[in-house]
Design a protein around this ligand. Structure first.
Ligand code: ADE
Length: 418
């Protein structure tokens, strides 16, 4: 097996600069790295990752390596690999497997290359690594200490596995850290999804009708940032409480069947399948832009759009034009895959520092608890989450207050009232 599979090793020098740039914004993760160098929590352990191969992920990978781990990584999305970063990692001797634009066959070949290293710890973003191990390599499971999962979609899949008794090792839902889903999903997706749309299209947001499909943490971030750029934001939602939140946040909430007639830009962030589908395309405005910011490329029913289109052409990088029989043109960004990583660089480094502090500490937790945890989905304690927030505040140079002894006593008592 080849040690690495990257697009072009000659890109390594630019990749190294990009990794350094990311490091300069990720000092909380670097503080953890410094401790790992001394404590070597991963000494003798093999760590297999399926994450977006970005400059921020490289900082995580090098942190795990600094902690004594032997690391192999595959991409968790065919369009998200930053080829220069992959080359830089390969040059450092990391077993890295990923190329921007890889085929689905190559995608699974690369995941299998990671599995072939027989990892003790797995790190997933979307659950494809865990799922592939359980489906096709169950013999490896007894030597696996545990895994971590980065994203909402992956955690949903893991909980479904646990529910039917199929999940055979413990997996930490890093996504469920407050310092992950309330930061990465909200501020991260909010900014990076728009970054992707702007790089793919360079359209003006001000005055446009932007339909945000789904009002979870990602949808909330995308809606806020779109409003910040002057768009009229419409929200569609299936959950009553979230729909209410959107209304109270000042957005118009309406069914997708109505929204399709009004939107100039559609951004799907639901984690669900075919939220924009066959019956919707014909009703859209000429020139409408459709993008997905959810983990998988299932949210926009592209197969139906292709079947309806009489012509299809690549307009510019990350933007395809579909002309319907009526002559109406619809534009799809990033082939319906995660627009922030397909057309831009994903979340900013500052945001990924939060998420990857969570990954690093979750892996350390698993290594320390080796043999003591049962199969299932685990959420880290509030103390770990608080420690990440503390590290990040320190990195930002922000000082917060602490409780006085009197306040602590007041909060833990019940006697004092009116
Ligand atoms: N997910 C979203 N943005 C990312 C990034 N910059 N690196 C890795 N994973 C991501």
């Amino acid at each position: 097996m080849q040690q690495y599979q990257v697009k072009d090793i000659a890109l390594a020098e630019q990749g190294r600069k990009n990794i350094e740039w990311a490091e300069s914004r990720m000092s909380a993760l670097l503080a953890i790295r410094e401790r790992f160098v001394k404590e070597q929590p991963f000494k003798g352990l093999r760590i297999g990752l399926a994450l977006h191969i970005t400059k921020e992920t490289a900082v995580l990978v090098e942190t795990l390596k600094a902690g004594g781990g032997s690391v192999a990584i595959a991409s968790c999305n065919p369009l998200s690999t930053q080829d220069d970063v992959a080359a830089a990692l390969a040059k450092e001797g990391i077993a890295v497997h990923g190329k921007k634009g890889e085929s689905v066959e190559e995608y699974y070949e690369y995941i299998r290359a990671v599995i072939a290293t027989n990892p003790h710890l797995t790190v997933d973003d979307g659950c494809d690594l865990v799922s592939e191990i359980h489906k096709n390599h169950p013999k490896l499971i007894p030597s696996i200490i545990g895994g971590t999962e980065e994203t909402t979609t992956g955690v949903i899949r893991l909980r479904a596995m646990a529910e039917e008794g199929s999940l055979k090792y413990p997996v930490v839902a890093v996504n469920d850290n407050r310092t992950k889903h309330l930061v990465d999903n909200y501020y991260g997706t909010g900014q990076s999804a728009l970054d992707g749309i702007l790089r793919a299209t360079n359209i003006l947001f001000a005055g446009k009708s932007v339909v945000v499909v789904g009002y979870g943490e990602c949808g909330k971030g995308v809606a806020q940032r779109s409003r910040g750029l002057g768009a009229n934001v419409l929200v569609t939602e299936i959950d009553a409480f979230r729909a209410l939140q959107a209304v109270l946040d000042g957005f118009r909430v309406l069914p997708i069947a109505d929204a399709v007639k009004e939107g100039d830009v559609f951004i799907t962030v639901t984690g669900n399948k075919h939220v924009i589908r066959k019956e919707h395309f014909g009703q859209m405005r000429d020139g409408a832009v459709l993008v997905n910011a959810g983990h998988f490329d299932v949210e926009i029913d592209l197969a139906s759009l292709k079947s309806l289109a009489k012509k299809q052409r690549q307009m510019r990088p990350s933007l395809e034009e579909y002309t319907l029989a009526s002559g109406k043109r619809l534009y799809v960004g990033g082939e319906g895959r995660l627009i922030n990583l397909a057309a831009a660089e994903g979340h900013p480094s500052e945001v990924m520092s939060f998420s990857f502090c969570g990954q690093a500490l979750a892996l350390e937790f698993l290594a320390k608890q080796r043999g003591k945890l049962s199969p299932g989905v685990i959420v880290l304690s509030q103390e770990v989450d608080d420690a990440i927030a503390e590290l990040q505040l320190r990195a930002l140079g922000v000082r917060k207050d602490t409780l006085t002894a009197e306040q602590r006593k007041y909060l833990s008592g019940w006697q004092e009232g009116t």
